[in-house]
Design a protein around this ligand. Sequence first.
Ligand code: SAM
Ligand code: DTB
Ligand code: SF4
Length: 319
Amino acid sequence: MNQSIKIKKDWTKAEVISLMTKPFNDLIFLAQQVHRENFDPNIVQLSTLMNIKTGGCPEDCAYCPQSAHYDAGVNAEKLLEVDAVLEQAKAAKESGATRFCMGAAWRQPKQRDLEKVITMVEAVKKTGMETCVTLGMLEKGQAQELKSAGLDYYNHNLDSSPEFYSKIISTRDYQERLDTIEHVRAAGINVCCGGIIGMGEEENDRAGLLMSLANMDVQPESVPINMLVQVEGTPLDKTEDVDPIDFVRVIASARIMMPASYVRLSAGRSEMTQEMQALCLLAGANSIFYGEKLLTTNNPQLVEDQKLFERLGVQSSQH
Ligand code: SAM
Ligand code: DTB
Ligand code: SF4
């Protein structure tokens, strides 16, 4: 990552809103300029996601099919064995992924489970891919243990603005999220942190999310921007669809505010046209989840993504 550029970390809400609501062409032009100053515009990084512990989660995140509070048809399973994870990691590497992200439906990991995850991280690391895990809240010592195992990234999202957050999750607060991110940062692990668009939030909340991310002491190295995947049985099913142009505005603003970060066009691509995805890449997204499944929901088929890349003359980053 280019560390030499000057990064603004004192964004006000008014500044973010004025950026995000610029005439669309001006916003995209600016985002493309910032993007080109920091990255090769035709390279996209591929991360593959695997659910290592599915369902039965005690948290009540209103968007999530894995919460035990809702009946979204997801059965609770045990933490997978290392061999099964390694097998999928090797396949992901073979398909061209450079990062392997393992997700667990936990509020926070128990010590015995953390030890098992550590053996997964060590095994996946040997394939040569970068490793990422998302396990819920972490204590300081747990972050240090993961660092010692060689973990490259930890994903923990802010999800939305501090104000909107309390409307979608009651079982943990915003500050607890910030504390976990702080523990990850202090342990020397790269931070992957972003949010979800399309939960019924307002422009003000989208600006609040971007502001919270960009004003961190050190901006997250990876910023996943998810479009809500609506799942029947969750409280956010049937929420009004986000206007695709407004979604692209969020991507462009993230690119401009966090110029050195990888902005990941994350969940929701199966519900997007290739033209909308092309606009997101034009707006400065330079990473995607690659593989036919996210955690419990669908992601585009590999051949579809290969076709998209061919149509756009885009290449995936090589490790
Ligand atoms: N349980 C851990 C936690 O929440 O920190 C890790 C896994 S959790 C599924 C990771 C992230 O996935 C959430 O923070 C949320 O941003 C995203 N996510 C979950 N369900 C989603 C959905 N239906 N649509 C879009 N993003 C979703
Ligand atoms: C992130 O920001 N998005 C990913 C990853 N981090 C863990 C998860 C998306 C989940 C979409 C819903 C599902 O498949 O269950
Ligand atoms: Fe649990 Fe994570 Fe889903 Fe929230 S987002 S219910 S913490 S798996």
